[in-house]
Design a protein. Structure first.
Length: 71
């Protein structure tokens, strides 16, 4: 599988906003997931991204994490 080294072209913002309805919530969720990936040294299988934040966004768009927000 080819790694995405050209920045954030996958997953697209449109795909991500289908999962989380706000850009602000998306940034918050991505930072939390990225922190967990980094701190626990988790191996994200089949990730196209090389950065931790990119991997976190892929996990979000693929529905592999569950995130709830208090309203």
């Amino acid at each position: 599988m080819k790694k995405n080294k050209q920045g954030l072209s996958y997953p697209s913002i449109d795909m991500l906003l289908e999962k989380i309805d706000s850009k602000y919530k998306l940034v918050y969720a991505a930072s939390k997931v990225a922190h967990i990936i980094e701190s626990e040294k988790l191996d994200v299988k089949d990730a196209k991204s090389v950065t931790t934040v990119g991997k976190a966004l892929e996990e979000i768009v693929n529905g592999k994490v569950s995130i709830t927000f208090d309203e």
